[in-house]
Design a protein around this ligand. Sequence first.
Ligand SMILES: [Mn+2]
Length: 302
Amino acid sequence: MNAQEWLAHGNGVPADVVVLGAPISKASISPSNAWSTPPAVRAALARFPTWDAEHDTDLGDLTVRDLGDVEGDRDDPDARDAHARIQAAVTEAARRGRCVAVIGGDNSLTRPAMHGLVAAHGGDWGLLTLDAHHDCRPLDGGPRNGTPVRELIEAGLPGERVAQVGIHPFGNAREQAEWAHARHVHVYPVAQVRKAGIDTTLATALSALVRSGASRIYVDVDVDVVDRAFAPACPASMPGGLLPAELLRAVHTLGRNPRVAGIDITEVDAEADVAGVTVRLAAAALLAFCSGVAGRPKSRPL
Ligand SMILES: [Mn+2]
């Protein structure tokens, strides 16, 4: 059984991981066909086995459920209606399983997806982003793929319950960095990952969120956090980003963390990919997260 078959045939109730596609790209600041990515990621899973040798884990032991794709925004003037559909679908998905994994789609889906989880579970949430950007742009143009973190904070998420790993030195206007800093967002630039290592950086970021009161954590993976050489299908990826191995290690660690109840993988435009490099990385990230979930300490609730 390959990973594509594993995902297609999974029907666990409740599932350990519920997968949902969010094919949207109308809110993208740069031209993007990220709507095309969820089916491309599912197809790329056929390239992978379910066996994770590094962690001695077979994903076949994990119950998974693919709910398919939410209706996207291709036929709509903007992403607003699709955002509402994504939020409702994530709330429904959260009732069917322990972790929800949303495959985008552009990064604007992070606000409705996280709100969908908060609506399902309540509690004190934190947000951890793996992203080259703060995504704290002003909201005068409405929700875009550069605004979800600002939207979430302005809707009530305390800034100190946001941790951003992999911020790129040339990824943001000064105003956005200052906006995040003024709200006490925990920022871990890519240089810090390079110096301290991804494990230490992630442990520091997670403990900052917990110290700030987060009992549940939502993870936003914007694949443009990865170096453009390895993420050519992301409109805003740049040279000098994280390495694929660092991203995969990070999402595995996050999957293992019992506080993590949701993840999204965003910003890949499958139509702009080169040799399947980025889509296959997104597929690998989904599998690494699932392998982490499978490795959660058994004595603690998922
Ligand atoms: Mn982003």
